[in-house]
Design a protein around this ligand. Structure first.
Ligand code: FEO
Length: 397
């Protein structure tokens, strides 16, 4: 039994087996599906878990309440990693009442055919549960339309935040941040945000505004540690990320087949480094999953991309990355680019067209185009591009 505070218990589970979250995002350290249980005059369950883990989940619940009934289930987010256990839960607790909002119930009906025993709540509404109360905040599009957050007010207070403030990585015994080494969490939180929530900067800002002035001692997200010691830090991180604020630094992403385009990337990086840029991250787009590239692109202001021409188009893995960047409406970046071809030029033009139509980043320097292999002239152009990007970044440092 894991008590977080004042009759609030952790009843979540870990998934250490799934390769990719949503079938898309690598999970080298697994992921947790967090659920919480409030044992008051009314028993309240906060979200469920992915259905595969139901046996463990029900055992966790019964460890806390034994044979008592659950009165309410509050659903903060209907994505099946959290709502998946719902249909089975109804078999154990047929009288349970589901608390959500209008959009929750539309999804609840579609996913699970559940239409009865529901209680619709509105923004700001309060429900008394005994020695504590729950107050509901509508936070749509963080990152689905039905998302909401709930403030638990007892001796201490906790915010149930759905996916908000969550991060990848299973919980290895410890649940609350003050009991664990959180070093791994920060990068995984940025990766989670950039991969899953990153498109919805404005709704996240709206949610933060709604919560401004609301005090909570704990943030209980649906993934990753319970925040207590680092509540202010994670709120600040979310504020910065959702404003697309960046740090000075340069991410260079390149595709390469036989190393020629990679050599161009090396010259650009060397030039930027000699000009004084310290944070430089380089990725071969075929080797490192774009999940990690998105994380660093979100973080750092400078981006340089380069790729070969392939089948008279852009190298596929670079197309994937550019599409993922555009899909997240990432703002407030500088971009430079380069590319190569064997006999028919396309890559450099394609990246330029992408930036014109989708990226909308501020262009820095002249794109470098390389025919077949690096010449003295293209090498010098790479150096110029690296230096010009460095000058822009350092001017803001
Ligand atoms: Fe953790 Fe959006 O589900």
């Amino acid at each position: 039994m894991i008590e977080i505070t004042n009759k609030l218990y952790y009843v979540g589970v870990n998934d250490r087996n799934k390769e990719k979250f949503e079938g898309l995002w690598p999970l080298p350290n697994g992921v947790s599906y967090n659920s919480y249980l409030i044992d008051d005059e009314k028993v309240v369950l906060i979200d469920t878990v992915q259905v595969d883990f139901f046996v463990q989940f029900i055992e966790n619940i019964r460890d806390v309440i034994g044979d008592r009934k659950i009165d309410y289930l509050v659903i903060h987010h209907m994505e099946p990693d959290h709502s998946g256990g719902l249909a089975l839960l109804k078999q154990y607790y047929p009288d349970i009442k589901v608390i959500g909002n209008k959009k929750t119930f539309d999804l609840l009906s579609g996913f699970y055919g559940i239409k009865e025993n529901t209680i619709e709540v509105k923004n700001g509404e309060v429900m008394e549960m005994g020695n504590h109360s729950l107050q509901f905040f509508m936070t749509p599009m963080v990152h689905w339309p039905e998302t909401m957050m709930t403030l638990y007010k007892g001796k201490e207070s906790a915010l149930f935040s759905g996916d908000g403030f969550g991060c990848f990585g299973a919980l290895n015994g410890g649940i609350i941040d003050k009991d664990i080494n959180t070093e791994r969490s920060w990068n995984e939180m940025i990766r989670y945000y950039s991969n899953i929530v990153g498109k919805y900067g404005t709704p996240v800002q709206n949610a933060l505004k709604k919560l401004a002035g609301v005090h909570f001692d704990y943030i209980c997200s649906t993934h990753g540690p319970v925040w207590n010691k680092y509540v202010d830090k994670v709120v600040d991180m979310y504020d910065k990320m959702s404003k697309y604020e960046t740090e000075p630094g340069l991410v260079i992403c390149y595709g390469t087949m036989y190393g020629n385009t990679e050599r161009a990337a090396e010259h650009i990086a060397r030039a930027a480094s000699l000009a004084g840029v310290k944070n430089i991250l380089m990725y071969n787009v075929s080797k490192t999953h774009h999940s990690y590239l998105l994380r660093d692109i979100f973080r750092f202001k400078g981006l340089i991309v380069g790729a070969p021409t392939y089948n008279n188009g852009l190298y596929h893995e670079m197309e994937v990355l550019l599409s993922e960047i555009a899909n997240r409406d990432i703002k407030n970046h500088y971009i430079g680019w380069f590319g190569s071809y064997g006999w028919a030029s396309r890559a450099v033009t394609a990246i330029g067209e992408w930036n014109e139509n989708h990226g909308h980043f501020e262009k820095v320097g002249e794109p470098v185009e390389m025919r077949q292999a690096l010449s003295q002239e293209t090498k010098e152009e790479c150096w110029r591009l690296g230096r010009e990007m460095a000058a822009k970044l350092l001017a803001e440092d």
